[in-house]
Design a binder for this molecule. Structure first.
Ligand SMILES: [Zn+2]
Length: 378
């Protein structure tokens, strides 16, 4: 195990359980709470690094499973690591690949050592182990690497949750022991489904490893909004106050605000970009579906309070036209707005926590509860 670390987390303010912090990583500081745009295959779909910088994105997420399959470790290493390869000079967090592999279901086989699976691209056999996913993420040169975990689909039997926690704890210890690169921070992932005792056991095992940060995994996988809020708050309270807490796979405003209220700092989700590709705009008044006939002659911007470049320049009518005409600019502009909109919501949340007015801000934004309907497919 390596000693010391390049990263640090400073808690700037708290308001109730909500936290305002600064996470220092090898490619700069991340002000929290923060939403991390998802760049699955080393690209946030449709957006350039300049776009992401325009709304002050400090960290993005990329997927180990997808990059392992294509273009592969050797290619990315030969081109100078993931930052150079994709021309992104700010922070990158990679997931461990566990979540993707577990969603393959019939194509995978779990053992004490790791998980064997077949590629969705060509059927070739691969195995993820705690050691090789850490080596892969370090080879990419990322700022935050995630430990390999076992993610269980809900609802799940008690025995399955317990076994997932047992394996996840053992694998996290092996991930920690496998680290060689001080610039890459390793985060562990708390599992345990909706079972409080399993969550407690999982958090206790991971906290004993004294990792630089902790994620709350195994949620946003089919439970209700209330269960998600309850369990993310319960899990956050089990984690040390001086370390960042990351709730995986959450990206609608009501879910983000609930989790911030429960003490979570970091988030990621494909929701804003997937919606952007499917004609769904995130706004303060709820999600707008641009397919809807009411927008054909609507001269207003997507959201009148949004300060993004799309809202400054384009009408709902024009964006609606782009989607009807299947023009590629439509998905691009809408993905830009959706991510910029979430970035602004996070900045407002940070200011509210800093200024001790979080609960008023949270209650005023209850109108956001109408957003985040069923996720569009694709
Ligand atoms: Zn906008």
């Amino acid at each position: 195990m390596i000693a010391g670390s390049a990263g640090s987390f400073v808690l700037r303010a708290t308001d109730g359980a909500a936290r305002r912090g600064t996470l220092s990583l090898a490619h700069g500081e991340v002000e929290t709470p923060a939403f991390m745009p998802v760049g699955t295959a080393a690209t946030v779909k449709g957006l350039t690094p300049d776009d992401l910088r325009a709304f002050d994105t400090r960290i993005i997420l990329a997927n180990t499973y997808h990059l392992w399959m294509r273009p592969g470790r050797e290619t990315i290493e030969a081109l100078g690591g993931l930052h150079a390869f994709m021309s992104w000079d700010r922070n990158i967090l990679t997931d461990s690949g566990g979540f993707q592999v577990f969603s393959l279901e019939s194509r995978r086989e779990l053992s004490e050592n790791g998980v064997r699976f077949r590629s969705h691209l060509d059927g070739s056999q691969h195995e993820f182990t705690p050691e090789n996913v850490v080596a892969f993420q370090e080879a990419l040169g990322v700022d935050v690497a995630m430990a390999l975990d076992v993610c269980v689909k809900l609802p799940a039997a008690q025995a399955e949750l317990d076994e997932a926690v047992r394996l996840t704890s053992g694998w996290a210890a092996r991930c920690a022991a496998a680290r060689t690169r001080p610039q890459t921070q390793l985060f562990g992932i708390v599992q345990g489904g909706l079972d409080e005792r399993a969550r407690e056991r999982s958090a206790r095992d991971l906290v004993a490893l004294d990792l630089p940060g902790y994620a709350i995994g195994g949620l946003s996988v089919g439970e209700s909004r209330e269960e998600l809020a309850r369990m993310s708050r319960f899990s956050a309270a089990l984690l040390p106050p001086g370390k960042p807490r990351y709730l995986m796979g959450v990206g609608t405003l009501p879910d983000l605000f609930n989790a911030i209220d429960g003490g979570v700092d970091l988030f990621d989700c494909v929701y804003p970009t997937r919606c952007g590709r499917n004609g769904r705009a995130l706004t303060r008044a709820g999600d707008l579906n641009l397919d809807n006939a009411q927008f054909v002659r609507d001269a207003r911007p997507l959201d009148e309070t949004c300060g993004c470049a799309v809202c400054a320049n384009y009408t709902r009518a024009y964006l609606s036209h782009l989607f009807r005409a299947r023009e590629m600019l439509g998905p691009r502009l809408l993905s830009y707005h959706n991510l910029a909109f979430l970035a602004q919501a996070m900045a407002e949340a940070r200011a509210a926590i800093s200024e001790g007015r979080w609960s008023g801000f949270r209650d005023r934004t209850e109108g956001f509860a109408s957003t985040g309907g069923p996720e569009p497919a694709g």
